[in-house]
Write a protein that binds this ligand. Structure first.
Ligand code: ATP
Ligand code: MG
Length: 379
């Protein structure tokens, strides 16, 4: 609240106007102001000599929540979180989540040329983010005009209608909302190199027939060790939601493959997606049921990020359980199953070799060179 008081006293925000939503991890408020956070100066008068007013959603991360403690797996491998010291200082940790949200929102806006709609973050301080408000303002108190005269008979409370979450939205065209969402997931992955990692009908807003993505503090990069697991979970949650709205939806596996397939050109992605939806629509009831059944298998599949992540125990376990590995889903690796199996065999041999006790007597150099197993990395 200190930050909010500061923002209002130094006139960066002229009004702090009520609560939009209270979430698990943050409260979001509506605010207005006539300050340009980017240019760090008040907004200029417009052609009618009025000061423009901007509307903001102000997200204040709660500093007392325990839910952040489960978030460790989202920051695995991240440099700033490497010592784990943030756990001892919850304030610092929450500040980092706010920073991560701002960084991701900026990345979405800057790398996606407006193809993914999300609020732009104008200001960040500690646990407070001031970002674009998605929604309508129904009425607001009139601002003083340039000559200082304040208009009378004006409403003195700003009435707003924040965009509903997709879950609560009145949507005329669900197919269109579905298509937008599939493209959001793919573009986040392909263009922004991000996986939302908490995507659901709760973190998508619907405003003027456009789907907006929000709440990206836990989003992870491509190279996060669990990125593909998070992506599969996002796809599965989104599929479940749309399967309640539409008669036919594509499988989680198809969504996943559509997202990671870098061979689909940008100009072809909409058509490819529409083809997938069309195919699902044209299936017989039996075919559709079989695809849904197969999808349950996909959800249980082991998805290695790189072949080096597969331990010998994993290989033995998977062979024993008859589990399949989602080889061709390896992000950016697109290798065929046969090739992958060959590589796993090589790796298995190498692991076995490494485990052998070292032979003491020195072998001639030429010999040892010949017997060395070379592990070919996928391109
Ligand atoms: N920019 C925005 N414009 C309008 N409404 C917003 C905006 N950002 C967030 N909201 C509203 O605030 C709610 C909570 O925001 P957000 O999801 O970012 O926080 P959260 O604490 O993670 O919430 P939850 O735990 O419910 O997911 C959203 O569901 C949405 O209704
Ligand atoms: Mg949320």
């Amino acid at each position: 609240m200190e930050i909010m008081t500061k923002l209002t006293t130094n006139e960066k925000l002229t009004e702090f106007a009520g609560c939009i939503a209270t979430g698990k991890e943050a409260n979001v408020y509506l605010g207005h102001g006539s300050y340009d956070f980017e240019k760090r100066k008040p907004l200029e008068y417009d052609e009618d000599f009025e000061v423009p007013v901007r509307d903001y959603a102000i997200k204040i991360f709660k500093t007392s929540v325990c839910t952040f403690k489960d978030r460790e797996r989202y920051v695995a491998g991240e440099f700033r979180f490497r010592h784990g010291g943030y756990k001892k200082n919850p304030r610092k940790m929450i500040q980092m989540w706010a920073e991560k949200e701002v960084r991701n929102l900026k990345r979405i806006a800057l790398t996606c040329d407006g193809l993914i709609k999300s609020p732009w973050p104008h200001f960040l301080k500690n646990n407070v983010i001031v970002m674009d408000f998605i929604g309508h303002i129904e009425s607001r108190p009139t601002m003083p005009t340039l000559d200082g005269e304040e208009e009378k008979d004006v409403p003195h409370e700003t009435r707003h209608k924040a965009a509903p979450r997709l879950r609560d939205a009145h949507v005329e065209d669900w197919v269109n909302a579905y298509e937008q969402t599939l493209l959001i997931i793919r573009r986040l992955y392909q263009k922004c190199k991000l996986i939302h990692a908490d995507l659901s009908e709760y973190n998508l807003l619907y405003f003027e027939e456009i789907v907006y993505v929000i709440d990206v503090s836990q989003s992870v990069e491509h190279d996060h060790p669990m990125s593909l697991d998070f992506l599969r979970r996002d796809c599965s949650i989104i599929r479940d939601f749309f399967s309640k709205k539409l008669q036919r939806v594509v499988t989680t596996e198809q969504m996943f493959n559509f997202t990671v397939d870098f061979t689909i050109k940008e100009e072809d992605e909409e058509e490819t997606m529409q083809d997938l939806i069309k195919k699902a629509t044209e299936m017989t009831i039996e075919e559709y049921a079989a695809a849904e059944y197969q999808d349950e298998v996909f959800k249980e599949m082991y998805i290695p990020r790189t072949l080096h992540e597969i331990s010998i125990e994993d290989i033995v376990r998977m062979q024993r359980d008859g589990m399949e590995i989602a080889f061709d889903k390896l992000s950016g690796l697109k290798i065929n199953k046969e090739e992958a199996e060959k590589k796993i065999l090589l790796r298995k041999k190498q692991i076995e070799k490494d485990a052998e006790p070292e032979v003491k007597e020195e072998a001639p150099k030429e010999e040892s060179k010949k017997t060395k197993v070379k592990v070919v990395e996928p391109e």
